[in-house]
Structure formats: C-alpha cells, structure tokens
Write a protein that binds this ligand. Structure first.
Ligand SMILES: NC(=O)c1ccc[n+]([C@@H]2O[C@H](COP(=O)([O-])OP(=O)(O)OC[C@H]3O[C@@H](n4cnc5c(N)ncnc54)[C@H](O)[C@@H]3O)[C@@H](O)[C@H]2O)c1
Length: 263
C-alpha cells in the first residue's frame, strides 16, 4: 500500500462489475483502498458492491457496501451518510455509473433518452449535491466524474450515450468553477475502449481485436489503466488540477481512423 490516499474517505458509484471481470468502478474502489482510503462501494446491485468490498477486505483494506440507485436522491444521501456515519467524513466522490444505449437519432425513443439522462448525467448532479456539505466540512476534496472518449469524437449510433457523456464534461467544468473557492476540485476521466463487463456484452471477438489495435499503443486497455488516473485525480498530488478531462485511451483519439465501436 503506497498510501497516496491515506486518511481519506471515498465514495465510488457503480463500484461493482456488471459481469465477470473488473469494471472501471470496481478497479477504482480497489486501488483507492490499496492507497489507504476507506471506501464506500455503492452499486445498484447489492451483491456487486459486496463483491468489491470482499475483494478489498481480503487485501486488508477498509470498505463498506451500499445498495444505491444513483438516480434516486434519497439513495445518494444514504450513500454519503454511510461514509460519514462509518468513517466520519467524506473527501472523495468518484461518480462512475454509466450505461450504454445503441440507438441512433432515428431510433432513439423519448423513454430511452430520459433513462440515459437520468443514469449517466442527472445521477452526477444528485450524488454531488449529497456529497457537497461533507466535502466542504472536510475542508475541501475531489470529485472525479467518468465520461468517455465518445464525448469527444464521432462514435456510431450512440446518440444518448455521447450526449450524456459530453454533458458530464460541461458539468465538470461548471462545478470546477463553482466549487474551487471551497477547495473542491472537480475533474473528469475519459476512458477509451477498455475491456470491461459492460462492453464484453456487446462486442464480438473481431470487434474486440479491432479496438485493441485502434490506438497508438496497440494493446487492450483495462479498468486498472482508468483507475490509476482516478487515484491521481483524487490524491493531493493533483492539488492544482481542476476542471480537466484526463483522456486514458492508448492514443485512440489521436489516430485518424479511430473506430465506430461502442465504449
Ligand atoms: N468500458 C469501456 O470501454 C468504457 C469506455 C468509456 C467510458 N466507460 C464508462 O465507465 C463507466 C463504468 O463502465 P464499466 O464498463 O466499468 O461498466 P460495468 O457495467 O462493468 O459497471 C457499472 C456498474 O454500475 C452499476 N450501475 C448501473 N446503473 C446504476 C445505478 N443507477 N445506480 C448504481 N449503480 C449502477 C452496475 O450495477 C455495475 O456494477 C461508465 O460510466 C462507462 O460509460 C466505459
């Protein structure tokens, strides 16, 4: 344990994995704990949150599971209350929940659009509102929002996904401006095409291989690559960094060919 987050208390949303393997939120929760943070692992599916907590405690870390639907204001308040009641404070909010929708502009239904807004974007407002009084009480802190490189480039028929992910960047910049005086830093991570249970559901072997080869660094990204970025942004090493989008994508957004694949 290197202790880069020693003494801090963090809440991670979507801290489980939607299938076998390690999703971004799970990797973040585990690395936060390895770096010394006490972590509230929040997930809509209680067993997923508990699995992450078990992985952390098996390594000697400290974590608590919380069944939370981040689209519900009351649940967000309960997640934050768990951190404060159990560990006495909150220093870091990592908002990782996000879901995919593969509808193009001709197909997207109002129902799906509203669901995507609620899960991917409104949830970040609700969790931030719940966390703010406690981040302020702690004398400042860090919020890390997970967006996607799909917010930055064309990406096939992902109308609501791309729009909500772009909204997260706007929200991040707005909050950075509003909260700096309270010494609360707000940054975003834009992962590229990393192999997680979320994309494993929709990608064929061939698509996976194309993704692997689409960046400058011709290797598959993992949730751990994303999570190390979150450790940095959550830590005091990033004390002078706010309102930024950290792209972690093996150089995909710099290539000409890019891809037309979900992620
Ligand atoms: N995998 C990629 O290639 C990729 C690329 C860019 C961005 N991202 C982003 O990373 C984030 C995590 O993705 P992942 O691939 O690790 O996903 P994942 O499906 O493995 O994990 C997401 C977790 O969020 C939970 N969740 C879903 N809705 C929830 C809700 N309303 N309340 C609480 N928990 C909820 C799920 O139960 C699941 O455990 C998402 O925001 C996604 O958009 C992923």
């Amino acid at each position: 344990m290197a202790g880069r987050l020693a003494g801090k208390v963090a809440a991670v949303t979507g801290a489980g994995s939607s299938g076998p393997g390690v999703g971004n939120g799970k990797a973040v929760a585990i690395l936060f704990a390895r770096e010394g943070a006490k972590v509230v692992c929040a997930d809509a599916v209680a067993e997923r949150a508990e699995e992450t907590v078990a992985a952390i405690t098996a390594e000697g870390g400290e974590a608590a599971a919380c069944a939370v639907d981040v689209t519900e204001r009351g649940d967000c308040a309960r997640m934050v209350a768990t951190a404060v009641e159990r560990y006495g404070r909150l220093d870091v909010l990592h908002t990782n929940v996000g879901t995919l929708s593969l509808q193009g502009i001709r197909e997207v239904t109002e129902e799906d659009w509203n669901r995507m807004l609620a899960v991917n974007l409104t949830s970040m407002v609700l969790t931030t509102q719940a966390a703010l009084p406690h981040l302020e009480a702690a004398g400042g802190g860090a919020i890390v929002n997970v967006t996607s490189i799909a917010a930055l480039r064309t990406y096939g028929p992902l109308t609501a996904y791309q729009t909500t992910k772009a909204g997260i960047i706007g929200l991040t910049i707005s909050l950075a401006g509003q909260l700096a005086e309270k010494r609360i830093r707000v940054n975003a991570i834009a992962p590229g095409q990393v192999w997680t249970p979320l994309v494993a559901e929709v990608l064929s072997d061939q698509m996976r291989e194309e993704r692997r080869r689409s960046g400058l660094i011709q290797d598959e990204g993992t949730a751990w690559d994303v999570a190390w970025g979150a450790v940095y942004l959550a830590s005091d090493e990033a004390r002078w960094v706010t309102g930024q989008v950290l792209v972690i994508d093996g150089g995909v957004t710099l290539t000409m060919h890019g891809g037309n694949r979900p992620g």
